[in-house]
Structures are given as C-alpha cells and as structure tokens.
Write a protein that binds this ligand. Structure first.
Ligand code: R5P
Length: 285
C-alpha cells in the first residue's frame, strides 16, 4: 500500500504511513503563473494499492484532491481519506436558488472510480448520501477523550456549546465516565434570554467545551465567557476540526480559554492529538 499525501494533509499522511509501515509517495505541487494548480505523483503507483489523504478546507484543496485521484488512475485500488470535509455545513438549500455545496463536491469526487472514501466527524452525517462511492465516517471523539484523560485535565465536565454538540459531548465523555452537558438558551421574558448548562453546575469545576468545528471561534468565545461567569475554574476547548479563521484564537483566549486542543484533520500548532492511528487501523481492515 502507498499513501499519497495531499498538499494540506502532509503531516497526517506521513503519520498514517508510519503507522502502516508503508511508504508515503513523493508528490509535486505548484501553481502556474496564471494561478492554476499543478499536481504530480512523482513515484510510480501503477498496479499499486493507494490511499490519498487530503482535507478539503479551501477551494484549491478540492482541486488538488481531484487531480490526485486522476493522477493515480493506474493504481489497482484507490481509497481516499478526507480528514476534514469542508462545505458540509451547506448541506441543504437554505434559500431558493442556492447550491447544495457539499452535494456538488461529493458528486465531483464520486465521479472517479473509487474503492472507498473515509471522512472524519462530518458535520451532518446525512451528506454521505451524496457520495456514489462507498463512504465511511470515522469518529475521532475517543482520540480527544484520551488526551483529556491523560493530561490532567480530568476530572472535567464536558460541555457542548449547543444542542448540535450533544452527540459529540457524550462520545468524548463516555469512555472515561466524565460528566457532560450542553448549553441551552432559555427565553425568560420577551427581551431576556438566559444561557446555561441544561442540567449541571460548573461552579469551581474544570470545563472542556467541545465542538466538531471551530471556525471564527465565536460560538466557543460566547460559551467560554458564559461558563467563566458561572464560576468554572478552568476552561479548555477541544475540537475535531480546527479551522481557526480570522482572529478565532485571540477571541477564545480573551474569553478565558486556557488551552486549545484540536486533531490533525486540519494541521496547525493546536493539533495536539492525531487521528493517524485510528485511520491506519481502518485502512488495515
Ligand atoms: C456549527 O453548527 C458547528 O458545529 C460549529 O459550532 C460552528 O461551525 C462554529 O463556528 P464558529 O467558530 O464560527 O462560531
């Protein structure tokens, strides 16, 4: 098996290759003067079983993935790992005339004859229906749970910033029996809204706020400021996909966040935990 590292997932791809004790192929990436992207798999993959690893965070990440799939046409079997599947939040038409972006992307990727596609904690599982190829979702919650348990953050209360994060909060809390809850907005009067954990008190407790994606950091900053006001002793933040755009990191820091933990589905200095082993185990099967 050969691992083909896409331009955005170089470190993760190398880690997966190391876990599998196989080779990460050499690739060449550049832009032409007119801005078009160029991709080449330098090593020969003819009749080889290959796994392409490439997150889709930006438009050009998608182009790179499509080019790699095309370049690997002589392989005997092509599987694709998309650690971060961007565009998945535009999963339906919110307004008339809109594109279902993730459907357009899924269709373009599935146009090639792929064996299997793996995605990690996709924002809304129902988008998997848009892929024609066999598509499997991997869950990195336990990778984060292990970090929390190991690095003295525990015992902590796991808090999802909204109802949408309930499943993730539970999945991170369950393996080690942490308490978990989600924040809930309650309308007190026409003009007054109260936000607080549904059932638990965070007074004098360490809290880990968890979310699948952190983009602008707005959701987490609001939650962190609130939990600080409610007496949480320390606030940690953990996410699967750390997109961190604009001044996200500063916003969260200013809201009282002590430590930021992300996986390497998107590679950054906050990628303190790796999904490489989890992916390698699935690829071995
Ligand atoms: C939304 O549904 C997601 O689960 C995240 O809560 C959201 O993407 C976070 O975005 P931001 O960091 O911009 O508040």
């Amino acid at each position: 098996m050969k691992i083909i590292p896409g331009i955005t997932s170089q470190v993760l791809a190398t880690r997966i290759a190391a876990e599998l004790d196989c080779k990460a192929t050499l690739c060449e990436y550049k832009r032409f003067p007119d801005g078009e992207f160029y991709t080449r798999i330098v090593d020969d993959v003819k009749d080889e079983e290959v796994v392409i690893v490439q997150s889709i965070r930006t438009d050009s990440d998608l182009i790179c993935l499509l080019q790699l799939i095309d370049a690997a046409e002589e392989s005997s079997r092509t599987r694709v790992v998309i650690p971060y599947l961007g565009y998945a939040r535009q999963d339906k038409k919110f307004e008339h005339g809109e594109a279902i972006s993730i459907r357009a992307i899924a269709r373009s990727i599935s146009a090639a004859d792929l064996d299997t596609i793996y995605v990690v904690n996709v924002h809304n599982r129902s988008v998997l229906q848009y892929f024609d190829a066999d598509t499997t979702e991997l869950d990195a919650a336990s990778v984060i749970a292990n970090y929390i348990a190991k690095y003295e953050i525990a015992p902590a209360v796991i808090i999802g910033p909204d109802g949408g994060a309930t499943e993730l909060a539970e999945a991170i809390a369950s393996p080690y029996g942490f308490e978990y809850d989600v924040l809930e907005k309650k309308r007190i009067t026409g003009a007054e809204v109260e936000i607080k954990p549904k059932k638990l008190s965070v007074e004098s407790k360490k809290v880990v706020i968890v979310d699948d994606i952190i983009s602008t950091g707005g959701t987490i900053a609001e939650a962190a400021a609130l939990l600080t006001r409610q007496g949480a002793s320390d606030i940690y933040v953990a996410c699967i996909h750390g997109v961190f755009v604009q001044n996200a990191v500063l916003r969260m820091h200013d809201a009282g966040v002590k430590e930021l933990i992300a996986t390497d589905t998107i590679e950054s200095v906050f990628s303190k935990v790796s999904i490489a082993k989890m992916v390698a185990e699935v690829l071995k099967k």
